[in-house]
Design a protein around this ligand. Structure first.
Ligand code: SF4
Length: 442
């Protein structure tokens, strides 16, 4: 790896959130500087990197089976496992046959140092810091398909919701600084990027450790020429202030009318058991404030079904509250028991079958919300950023409107990475997830 004449090939595999994807991209960029190029699909890699997730029991399982599959496929490659599963259960990961190296979240972006050590002695390594010692912010920006970039602005979380393992996997909240992040945005613009999504574990906590403020970050990014669209990946409702929304509505050039906000439960009692930092009335206020200031905003909301303590009565309250909110869609998650979390001490486990029934009801509610929201825009024109040239082979391009509706239209690849108005005509093949659109002159 240190010899310039020898080019190695690496294959990268990511599970989980967008933050993980942006960090995999940063790992790949770091290794590229050491002469390790990305393996093409038909090439045999020298190094395999698996960046895992541990948000649920299912995520751990997916990680284990991916590791085994990759080991069988490429028996001679150096296999490095990192990410939240590696951070939380390093011994369990190291015990999977064929794993050469287990790197914690803090070690992920020091991968080249560890690979150099590995080259010297070929000894299996576990390098995982205790989460309390994870203090440094390591920046990452995923340069995916070049239309949309994922910029990590913050990492870690201080909230300790009772059901969540993320603070143990990613450590305390810490942030990048405005000058460096703005520079990253400029670089993305120089490479032709048009849209940047700000990612983090709890992005609204940006700057709490450095004395900078989240809104100042938004204002600085907004001035970067060439970036036409920004979105905030997800923000806690208590941190989405009126100042931010008003600025987006009245002054921002490029922050798009779309939000992703976790609710998790529509029952105040369950929110209290979850140790969330808001109640339903604050949440309802935030949603109506957004609707007043930015009526067309897409509002996606996370909700968990069947958490401990969600009795029949609390579930009914939660469902009624979720039904009453003028949001655009729900992202529904069945509650997953995580070893080591405080939630395990809460009484009132919801039987699996009942949990699935609640998931189905929320999914149907989400479907209805999405259809109702989308219908309002039938026969109107909205600006679309055209994203997927691959599908242009059959004469179809995909993209998102400013307010985050996914559309497809007859077009050719010359539209790739451009923004143009399109007339939204209806659901594409009846699918509420995609709208058909017509572009003038096509
Ligand atoms: S805010 Fe709560 S759910 Fe979100 S990462 Fe932090 S502890 Fe987990």
């Amino acid at each position: 790896m240190t010899d310039d004449s020898q080019t190695l090939r690496a294959s990268y595999h990511t599970l989980g959130c967008k933050l993980n994807f942006s960090e995999t991209s940063a790992v790949a960029m770091q290794l590229a500087r050491r002469n390790v190029v990305k393996a093409l699909p038909d090439e045999i890699p020298d190094i395999v990197v698996v960046n895992t997730c541990s948000v649920t029991e299912v995520a751990d399982k997916k990680g284990r089976s991916l590791i085994r599959r990759l080991r069988n496929k490429w028996p001679d490659a150096t296999l490095v496992v990192t990410g939240c599963y590696a951070q939380l259960k390093p011994q369990e990961v190291a015990a999977i046959e064929g794993v050469d190296m287990v790197l914690g979240n803090d070690e992920k972006l020091r991968i080249s140092e560890f690979l150099e050590e590995w080259e010297r002695d070929r000894r299996t390594r576990i390098a995982v810091h205790d989460f309390l010692d994870i203090k440094e912010f390591r920046g990452a920006c995923e340069r995916g398909d070049r239309t949309r970039y994922w910029l990590k602005v913050q990492d870690g979380c201080d909230y300790f919701c009772t059901y969540c393992t993320i603070p143990f996997a990613r450590g305390r909240s810490r942030s990048g600084n405005i000058a460096d992040l703005t520079e990253e945005a400029r670089k993305a613009a120089a490479e032709g990027g048009r849209e940047i999504v700000l990612t983090g574990v709890n992005v609204g906590c940006f700057g709490k450790d450095t004395g900078e403020s989240f809104i100042d970050l938004l204002k600085s990014l907004d001035e970067v020429e060439g970036i036409d669209r920004y979105r905030i990946s997800s923000i806690e409702p208590n941190l989405l202030t009126e100042e931010i929304v008003r600025w987006m509505a009245e002054e921002s050039r490029a922050f798009m009318p779309s939000f992703h906000i976790p609710l998790q439960s529509g029952s105040d009692e369950v929110l209290r058991l979850m140790n969330r930092r808001y109640g339903t009335s604050l949440f309802a206020d935030r949603i109506s404030m957004i609707r007043d200031l930015i009526p067309d905003a897409f509002i996606g909301v996370d909700i968990i079904a069947g958490a401990r303590g969600e009795t029949q009565q609390e579930w009914e309250r939660s469902f009624d509250f979720a039904s009453s909110l003028p949001v655009s869609r729900y992202h529904v998650f069945p509650y997953s028991e995580r070893p080591g979390t405080k939630a395990l001490d809460i009484d009132g486990q919801v039987p699996q079958e009942e949990k699935h029934r609640r998931v189905s009801m929320l999914t149907a509610l989400s479907d209805k919300k999405l259809r109702d929201f989308s219908r309002q825009y039938f026969n109107t024109a909205r600006d679309v950023l055209w994203e997927h040239p691959d599908s242009a082979e059959d004469g179809v391009m995909h993209g998102h409107t400013d307010n985050y509706l996914h559309v497809c239209a007859k077009a050719d690849a010359s539209l790739y990475n451009t923004i143009s108005p399109a007339l939204l005509t209806g659901f594409h093949l009846g699918d509420p997830e995609t709208l058909s659109a017509k572009i003038p002159n096509y």
